[in-house]
Design a protein around this ligand. Structure first.
Ligand code: NAP
Length: 225
């Protein structure tokens, strides 16, 4: 397993882990060849666009089999008050000129975009602290790693008088509770849409990924992934 090294204390994994960038797509291709890998599985976050593009390029140029694990997007349900936007800056702009209480649930990497609209009160949630802190007067931070619960999210939104959430359409269950909580409390969501993904065979679930792997490498010939 390869991690980018963004979080200080990554969750423990039951497989060998390497940490840090490869140095670009060509370097990733070299890494795969040198390691004798048979398969690359892109299991990165749907908004980690560069590494997914690099992974697709590296698989293509080396001829190594590749699959992507892409959790389905969330879809609007009755009661949802979503505005779909194309980026975090577009979401911040869409908040409008009047001061609002904004839950910025997009992680620390995009949080600095809030500085473009300092009139709002922000609640920023991330796994690790936002460094440097945002150049804003009205900002609270909460350090927390998902999964999150519906009750917990409702409490957080009420406690901070949130009237709008900025969220990425990440999909999956771990961070969906804030979307459900917004629906229950009638809170607007600026939903940042995903960019088109690179063309790699994609599956929705870990089970489907394992089935593809078994198909590509029937158990008798498996040498390791
Ligand atoms: N973006 C999000 O919203 C988000 C949310 C939760 C978790 N994550 C996870 O955090 C990691 C970084 O996300 P990002 O949005 O910064 O990625 P990114 O913009 O797509 O990638 C930037 C660079 O970080 C390195 N990198 C990214 N993922 C890597 C990995 N798994 N192993 C080794 N190097 C990696 C690569 O460096 P080199 O070019 O030097 O190889 C890549 O070019 C990803 O693994 C992603 O799954 C991202």
């Amino acid at each position: 397993m390869s991690l980018a090294g963004r979080t200080d204390k990554p969750a423990a994994q039951p497989v060998p882990v390497r940490i840090g960038g490869f140095g670009g797509a060509a370097a990733l291709a070299d890494f795969l060849k040198a390691g004798g890998y048979d398969l690359l599985t892109d299991a990165t976050h749907p908004f980690a666009e560069r590494i997914s593009a690099n992974a697709a390029f590296a698989a293509e140029t080396t001829g190594i089999a590749a699959i992507a694990l892409r959790r389905p997007e969330w879809h609007r349900r009755p009661g949802d008050r979503w505005r779909e936007v194309q980026s975090i800056p577009a979401a911040i702009e869409a908040l409008g000129p009047s001061p609002r209480h904004v839950f910025l649930a997009t992680g620390r990497q995009g949080a600095h975009h809030a500085e473009a609209a300092p009139q709002h009160h922000y609640l920023v949630r991330s796994v690790d602290p936002v460094e440097p802190p945002l150049a804003l007067d009205n900002v609270d931070y909460v350090l927390e790693r998902g999964p999150f619960t519906l009750d917990g999210e409702c409490d957080l939104l009420r406690q901070h008088h949130i009237d709008v959430i900025v969220a990425k359409n990440s999909g999956g269950a771990a961070t969906y509770a804030k979307i459900e909580a917004a629906r229950l409390l009638g809170i607007e969501v600026m939903m940042v849409a995903r960019a088109p993904a690179p063309i790699v065979k994609a599956v929705d679930t870990v089970e489907a990924a394992l089935a593809v792997i078994d198909h590509l490498f029937p158990p008798a010939m498996k040498r390791g992934v």
